[in-house]
Design a protein around this ligand. Sequence first.
Ligand code: ACO
Length: 337
Amino acid sequence: MSMYTSKIAGLGSYVPDHIVTNDDLSKIIETNDAWIQERTGIKERRHIQKGDGNSTAIMGVKASEIALERAGLVPNDIDLIVFATLSPDMYFPGCGVQVQEMMNMRTIPALDVRNQCSGFVYGLSVGDQFIKTGMYRNVLVIGSENHSGGLDMTTRGRSVSVIFGDGAGAAVLTRSDKDGKGILSTHLHSEGAHAKELALMGPSTEHWVPEIIAENPQENIPYYPYMNGQFVFKNAVVRFSEVINEGLVANGLSVEDIDMLIPHQANLRISQFVQKKFKLSDDKVYNNIQKYGNTTAASIPIALTEAWEQGKIKDGDTVVLAAFGSGFTWGSAIINW
Ligand code: ACO
């Protein structure tokens, strides 16, 4: 048993101002509001616009500043940055070091996590382990995505491009002095056999840009994300359920103990499936995909921040975070708030 536990001391989120509605998309892609809402629940999403000063790292900083202020901490109190994203500003180095620089932090470690939709839960777990061992006291965990610049905004890419949006969320994890409070456990999984079912294949060391251009694959461009939607859907509903149950069992809890479930905002239909399966009432599941689309690593911290801001999470509540995504990877966190 560890001497320490970690708790979330502050939360923040940021989304770009520019709203893109389903009707806006239907002007550039053959799609329509009814199709998108029926299949995904999404009404609108935010997109970074050229010149608005945003990037994945910058949005991460904006969310982090709010989280730090709410935690009552300053940048130099942070001992470790964990940055989850699939859309970093640069191929390398990762966004974590940009945050360290932009927030004028000490030369603390900065770790980038590449676990896509599960990235925030993975990041939270990493932070939690460092606090549990006593190595660090305060860890900044960020999830941020700039999807809009990398999507195929033509009819060819419509089954993927209508789903994703931009934004960032952050949590300050800090050492908890109260027994039984804070992050009770985290549970992480992966299944690389399905890596290519939801993937961006290049540019990469397997598909460098000159090779892509030389092959000129008009119909199968590997530098746009590919998603086998129905296969992802089927796996997501199974893995979400498994990993929530795993977390409950590990802590001797039952479904009735859940006060708030924050599922990764993959698709409203996936969240509703999970809600129905666990027989949770509407006030026990928080969804905001309607407003932001799927923001991958940012979706859980944005939703968690909003639920908290709206007073939906109270002291002592059992909060469950659950995610599933590309890799495949999935995970959950059980928190006593
Ligand atoms: N607008 C209008 N029509 C479209 C669009 C669009 N944006 N995209 C696809 N279509 C068409 C297809 O071309 C197809 O037409 P056809 O029947 O003439 O061939 C038809 O709609 C049905 O296409 P499907 O791909 O079979 O549609 P499906 O019902 O599977 O819905 C969706 C697609 C929404 C992606 C679904 O598979 C899904 O929800 N999958 C889960 C994946 C998911 O949520 N991913 C989120 C990211 S991953 C994550 O976060 C875990």
